[in-house]
Structure formats: C-alpha cells, structure tokens
Design a protein around this ligand. Sequence first.
Ligand SMILES: [Zn+2]
Length: 191
Amino acid sequence: MSHSTLQELTESVHGLSPAPDHLASCKDCRDLEGRLRAELDLLRRADARLEPPAPRRRLSGLLPLAMAAAALLGVIALILRPGSSPAPGARAQQGKVDVNKTIDRFLDGNEEDSAQARRLLTELGPGALGPLINARAHHPASIRPDALAALVLELKEKRAGEAGVAIFRRLKTFRLTLDIQNSPMSAVADY
Ligand SMILES: [Zn+2]
C-alpha cells in the first residue's frame, strides 16, 4: 500500500475530495494531513486579519461630527469678528437689569420666574452672552443645564445675524443627524 500523495491530502483538507481511505491505517499520512490543515487555518486567520473590519460604522458616525465642528468654527469666526457689537456683557451691565441675578432666576427659579428671566435675557440679546457663558462656571449644578446651552445658542445666532443664518440652519440640521448620546445640538454648540 502506498502513501497518499500531497495532492490527495491537500484536496481532502480543502474539502475538494473525500479523505483517502489510506489515512485510517497510516499515522504518517494522518500527521501530514494534520500539518496541512494547520497551515490552512493559519492562512485563513491571516486573511481575516487583512480584511477590513466589517462595516465602518465609527468612521461614518464621525463624519457628520467633523462637518458640525467645521460649521461651528464658522459660527465662532462670525461671533468673534471685530467691530459692530460692543464687547459681550458691556451693554447689558450698563442697563438697569442685573444680568447675573436674572441668570440666577433663569437657571434656578421656578418655571414662571425662569421663563420671565429668559425673556429679559433674550431682550438683552448678545449683550447677555458674556455673563451667560460665565454663568456656566458658577452654576455647574443648575437644575436647567440644557436651558443655559439653548439660550446661549439662541443669542449667538442673534449676534451672528444675517451672515450666520445659513450656518445656523446647518447646525440645526446636524442636530437631527448627530447622535452624541442624544445630547441636543445646543449642548454640542455650547461645548
Ligand atoms: Zn501513508
């Protein structure tokens, strides 16, 4: 009885032909078949490593975020543009309204007080932006953290004016496509 040929064993390992009957009675050929099978496994594992990992979900998830970040940079450029408006807070602090107390009411007051304070702050417009942004540091435990972010975004939009309309429209659209742990776009903008 002759040993199985390498071709017969290879075809058997690859499932192209049934295992030769000879294997049952020959340890040498069984050992050789075992080595061929091990090599094949090795090749398959190497293949698996070379193939790109399934769908690239993370990358596609990051793409809209990158676009949103680019849009935000555009907004910031508009907001920081020198000229037209006085420095944030300057106009507000000259008025009768105590901006910081109004912000306190907006953040920590009851619903009615908060709503009224919000109207006041909105009337102050971009002038309330500085104190509002400062308030973030002083009100880490506010019962309305989202409200602050939302108002800041609204006032920034006002300040950006006509030139910012397109950018803010894009930002709000991103709110629908972004899914950063369900945080609202205003929180992302705030960040
Ligand atoms: Zn043999």
